[in-house]
Ligand binder design. Structure first.
Ligand code: PGA
Length: 253
C-alpha cells in the first residue's frame, strides 16, 4: 500500500482569480489523484473561490485560507474570519506560517487563538512551526518548534487535536534555496510527532516545507518521517507542481 502523502501548495501573495483559474486549467488535464495522496492548495483570500471552483470535482483536492482572524465577525478591516473563508470554499487553513510570525509579528498567543477558531469552525488546520537560523546554530531547534507547538495546542481537546496537521518549516530554508537534509528534518519531525502523541494525537502527520522543488522532493519524501511537503515558490508553476505531486515514492519503510 502506498504511503499516504499530503502535497500542499502555498501560493502566498501570488495568483489572482484569473491566474488561479489558468493554473487549474493547465494542471487538471490528465491529472489522476493517486490513492492515499491529498492535494491541498492555499491561494490568497481573493482567489479562494476561483481556485475552489476551478479544481472542483477532483478527488482528494482541498482548498484553504493562508491565514484567518479568530473573531467570528465584526469591525476588523482587512481580516478574514473562518466562516468567511469557508463561504469562499475553504476547508483548510494555514496557521502560524513563518511569514505571519516574522513579517507580520504574529505571536504564539495569537497563533493559538487562530488555531482554536479554525478547529471550532470545522476547518482542518495546517499549523506551521520552524526555527530561525540563529536558533539552529545555537542548538535550539527542538526547543523552539516544541515551544511553538505547545503554545498553539495547549488546552485543545484530544478529539479536536486529531484533525490537526503540522508543517515543519525551518525559517532559514523558506524561499532561500536551502533545504534541511532529510535526516535533519526527520529528527525534528520525530520530536514533533512524539509531542503530538503525548498530547493525545494518535496519528500525527508532519509535513516538511522550505525550498522544496521538483529536483529535491523525491529525496525528501524518501524519508519516511515526512508525511508530505508544503511548497511555496515551486508550487506556482502548474507543470512543476504536477511533476511534484506525481513523484514516485517507495512504500513505507
Ligand atoms: P518555499 O516556501 O517553498 O518558497 O521555500 C515554503 C513556505 O513558505 O510554505
Amino acid at each position: 500500500m502506498a504511503r499516504p502523502l499530503i502535497f500542499a501548495a502555498n501560493w502566498k501573495m501570488h495568483l489572482d482569480p484569473a491566474a488561479a483559474r489558468a493554473f487549474a486549467a493547465a494542471f487538471r488535464p490528465g491529472f489522476v489523484p493517486a490513492a492515499g495522496r491529498s492535494y491541498w492548495f492555499f491561494p490568497t483570500a481573493v482567489s479562494l473561490e476561483a481556485t475552489a471552483s476551478a479544481l472542483a470535482g477532483l478527488d482528494r483536492v482541498a482548498v484553504g485560507a493562508q491565514d484567518v482572524y479568530w473573531e467570528p465577525k465584526g469591525a476588523y478591516t482587512g481580516a478574514t474570519s473562518v466562516s468567511l473563508a469557508r463561504g469562499a470554499g475553504a476547508t483548510l487553513a494555514l496557521i502560524g506560517h513563518s511569514e505571519r510570525r516574522h513579517v507580520f509579528g504574529e505571536t504564539d498567543g495569537e497563533t493559538a487563538k487562530k488555531l482554536r477558531a479554525v478547529l471550532d469552525g470545522g476547518l482542518t488546520p495546517l499549523l506551521c512551526v520552524g526555527e530561525q537560523l540563529d536558533d539552529r546554530e545555537a542548538g535550539r531547534t527542538d526547543a523552539v518548534v516544541l515551544r511553538q507547538l505547545q503554545a498553539a495546542i495547549g488546552g485543545v481537546a484530544a478529539a479536536d487535536l486529531a484533525r490537526l496537521v503540522v508543517a515543519y518549516e525551518p525559517v532559514w530554508a523558506i524561499g532561500t534555496g536551502r533545504t534541511a537534509t532529510p535526516a535533519d528534518a526527520a529528527q525534528v519531525h520525530r520530536a514533533l510527532r512524539a509531542a503530538l502523541r503525548r498530547a493525545g494525537h494518535s496519528e500525527p502527520r508532519v509535513l516538511y516545507g522550505g525550498s522544496v522543488n521538483p529536483a529535491n522532493v523525491g529525496l525528501l519524501l524518501a524519508e519516511p518521517e515526512l508525511d508530505g511537503v508544503l511548497v511555496g515558490g515551486a508550487s506556482l508553476d502548474p507543470a512543476g507542481w504536477r511533476s511534484m505531486v506525481e513523484t514516485r515514492v517507495g512504500p513505507t519503510a
